[in-house]
Write a protein that binds this ligand. Structure first.
Ligand code: B12
Ligand code: SF4
Ligand code: SF4
Length: 257
């Protein structure tokens, strides 16, 4: 059966969890129709890679980012290899969806809506449930899974959904959020989160340029030596750089031991 063969192939590669959803069961109100990506799409395969505990729990955000980059690079390679395996083995098309970026930066999406909502796909692929932090909690890996996905033309049944309520409503994530982005249930206030999670993102860069424009040449020279400019410069080639993982790190649900 192709589902078990694909799962086994993925797990043998080193992917931590592999789940399947039929396209009928994937529901994400704000995301684009998956048929605009792959016209004959019938299923989504969701891959989960676990994050690194020592990095999530570190107060040094360079270490947090080192692990985040590791997850993004490793999941990207696995995504390519599994997509290629599916195309070769079953003679159907497979369209890979990366963990976060690139993402549509134009209005109305403005970098806030992925091509596929990997959280909604993970839920319908039986990989977990939404928690109070609006992230997916997996029965074994808790909040510490990063997702990627493959749209395929294979007709595959959805895996059984997680029925258990995994979030214990302790509210620790809400209290720990430095941006107060989680105050309203079932909604992350994107801009409040971004201020803390991506201080060197597009908002930070625009703010800095606006500060730069209209200043005297001497003031501009001083601004170019400002540590903030150095950090923006670094982010311009590293890519989206995350400075906050608190809602994941504080969540106590984890049954790996
Ligand atoms: C754009 C984006 C963001 C934006 C906007 C977030 C947003 N509002 O969706 C910003 C920059 C703010 C962001 C922040 C973060 N993100 Co982000 N993000 C994405 C991305 C690329 C697209 C998300 C998307 O399409 N959202 C738009 C639509 C689909 O969301 P929505 O329908 O409006 O649903 C929202 C609410 O209504 C609620 N919700 C919807 N249905 C339900 C149902 C229930 C029962 C509940 C309780 C809530 C709920 O959840 C959403 C949160 O606002 C995904 C990757 C992907 N392709 O899916 C990663 C992703 C969601 N991010 C992720 C992570 C980890 C983070 C951060 C921790 C940053 C970091 N350090 O890594 C924070 C956490 C913020 C939080 N607690 O919500 C992970 C989540 C992993 C997981 N285990 O769930 C993803 C899946 C990336 C990945 N590959 O793993 N992110
Ligand atoms: S990533 Fe940080 S700022 Fe964003 S919601 Fe989580 S705790 Fe809040
Ligand atoms: S920290 Fe507590 S309230 Fe927040 S998602 Fe985890 S279990 Fe739920």
């Amino acid at each position: 059966m192709s589902k078990e063969e694909i799962r086994k192939h993925g797990l043998n590669m080193g992917i931590d969890v592999v789940g399947f959803t039929s396209i009928e069961d994937y529901r994400s109100q704000r995301s684009p129709d998956p048929r605009t990506i792959l016209p004959k799409v019938k299923s989504i395969i969701v891959l989960g890679h676990r994050m690194i505990d020592g990095a999530l729990d570190s107060s040094n955000m360079n270490i947090g980012m080192a692990a985040r980059m590791g997850v993004m690079d490793t999941s990207k390679s696995h995504l390519y290899l599994l997509s290629r395996f599916i195309e070769d083995r079953y003679k159907v098309k497979a369209a890979p969806v990366l963990s976060s970026y690139p993402v549509n930066m134009e209005a109305p999406a403005m970098g806030l809506i992925g091509d596929v909502s990997l959280r909604h796909a993970a839920v319908s692929a039986g990989l977990g449930v939404f928690g109070r932090h609006n992230l997916i909690i997996h029965p074994r890996f808790g909040s510490r899974l990063s997702f990627t996905g493959i749209l395929t033309e294979l007709a595959l049944e959805s895996d059984p959904p997680v029925k258990e309520e995994l979030c214990n409503n302790c509210n620790l994530c809400v209290e720990a959020c430095p941006g107060k982005a989680l105050e309203t249930e079932e909604r992350t206030e994107d801009l409040k989160c971004l201020r803390f999670s991506q201080p060197y993102g597009i908002g930070g860069a625009i703010g800095y340029l606006l500060k730069f424009i209209g200043k005297s040449p001497d003031e501009q020279k001083a601004l170019l030596k400002d540590p903030r400019f150095m950090s923006l410069y670094q982010a311009s080639f590293i890519g989206f750089q995350y400075n906050c993982f608190k809602c994941i790190a504080i969540c106590p649900i984890d049954r790996r031991e």
